[in-house]
Write a protein that binds this ligand. Structure first.
Ligand SMILES: NC(=O)c1ccc[n+]([C@@H]2O[C@H](COP(=O)([O-])OP(=O)(O)OC[C@H]3O[C@@H](n4cnc5c(N)ncnc54)[C@H](OP(=O)(O)O)[C@@H]3O)[C@@H](O)[C@H]2O)c1
Length: 183
């Protein structure tokens, strides 16, 4: 039998036959027209409606994020969220927070936890996740501006060309659209 070509599937090893049952991945992000999503360890904008959207969408679900993102949202494990933090550092566990050393390890942990699975970034995690076959949906808050920054969301337009929802809004001095994108 041929080995799977995808390293993420190879990680699953003997679980490959269960792959079809793996949870779909939802990526959730806000980014500018030039794909900037972060600057100096923070968001380049303050958009209260978008923060509410993120919190509501992920309430009671399983979220995967990098160590820096977790440092900016240490209370992520409230409202029933189960948090998986990617880090190579030793970590003092908190209730509702687990640690993984790679994205495949995080996804394997997430399989054991009830709830939808959301990937919250940052940059490297999004780049890995968007390339996986189980990446099903992007909840993209597209901020209608070009802004300077040092963290970018990956190119998505070719891979997630189908827009299934769109709601335009504005606030905090920005105009933006809540988009749901699928393959
Ligand atoms: N606009 C948005 O929706 C959005 C979303 C996410 C992030 N951001 C922005 O992006 C910036 C934070 O993201 P970031 O990319 O700098 O950092 P990050 O992904 O939150 O954290 C980076 C750290 O996470 C761990 N890590 C990341 N990817 C990993 C992987 N594939 N495997 C193992 N460990 C991994 C490493 O931790 P250790 O160093 O501990 O080993 C790494 O140093 C901020 O500016 C934030 O505001 C914006």
């Amino acid at each position: 039998m041929a080995l799977p070509a995808d390293p993420a599937l190879a990680f699953m090893g003997s679980r490959t036959s269960e792959h079809a049952a793996m949870k779909p991945l939802n990526l959730i992000v806000s980014c500018a027209e030039n794909r900037v999503m972060g600057r100096d360890g923070r968001l380049p904008w303050s958009i209260p409606e978008d923060q509410r959207f993120l919190k509501e969408k992920t309430r009671g679900q399983v979220i995967v994020m990098g160590r820096i993102c977790f440092e900016t949202w240490p209370s992520a494990a409230t409202d029933g969220r189960r948090v998986i933090v990617l880090t190579s550092r030793s970590f003092l566990g908190k209730p509702g927070v687990q640690v993984a050393r790679s994205l495949p390890e995080a996804l394997a942990l997430a399989e054991e936890i009830p709830g939808e699975l959301f990937i919250l970034g940052g940059e490297r995690i999004f780049a890995e996740a968007i390339a996986l076959p189980q990446a099903a949906r992007i909840y993209l808050t597209l901020v209608h501006a070009e802004v300077p920054g040092d963290r970018h969301f990956p190119e998505w337009k070719d891979r997630f060309a189908r827009q299934t929802e769109r709601r335009d809004s504005s606030g905090g001095g920005w105009t933006y659209s809540f988009l749901t994108l699928e393959r």
